[in-house]
Design a protein around this ligand. Structure first.
Ligand SMILES: [Zn+2]
Length: 174
């Protein structure tokens, strides 16, 4: 699935998917949905971006497994080189509060950073690095605030809440 960076992201279907622009009060913008047929900005991302994304992806994988996103994505760049390995993180999608926008990033972004020198848009980098612990009440509150005070279209499941309660103290204060 390809979306140009900074364009509306509409992914998945049905009531469960939060990746539907109409469900948000502010623009829901895509980041990292790359495809070989389209150019992408390359460069060196700040070193704090990768660990921030990795932590978010791991949290999202456990907290939002109920969303049942579509399967794993095969990287079109790697495929062109004859490598058909699928991107393990591509099942996960991230919702990151930004400045007047919500960023919808594919978990596959990690692979694009590592293997294809992808440089995401600067406002996204800043939002990702500043994001409260993913899935935490602080994250939910930040999403709500960005979303003009309206609760975001993310369903809180009992498993999700139980896991939050069982977590050690948040690693990131915010
Ligand atoms: Zn690749």
């Amino acid at each position: 699935m390809y979306y140009a960076d900074l364009t509306p992201c509409s992914y998945g279907s049905g009531r469960e998917s939060p990746l539907i622009p109409e469900k948000w009060q502010v623009p829901l913008l895509a980041v990292g949905w790359l495809d070989r047929g389209h150019g992408h900005p390359q460069g060196e991302a700040p070193p704090e971006l990768r660990p921030a994304l990795l932590e978010m992806i791991e949290s999202a994988r456990s907290l939002f497994s109920h969303l049942g996103y579509r399967g794993l994505h095969t990287c079109s760049f790697c495929l062109a080189d004859g490598v058909t390995e699928r991107i393990a993180t591509s099942r996960v999608n991230l919702l990151i509060p930004g400045d007047g926008v919500v960023w919808a990033a594919t978990g596959g972004i990690l692979h694009y950073l590592d293997a294809h020198a992808y440089l995401p848009p600067q406002p996204f980098i800043e939002a990702a690095v500043a994001c409260p612990e993913y899935g935490s009440p602080a994250w939910f509150a930040a999403l709500t605030e960005t979303n003009a005070g309206v609760q975001p279209p993310v369903r809180l499941t009992s498993d999700w809440l139980a896991e939050l309660r069982a977590r050690p103290a948040a690693r990131k204060e915010s």
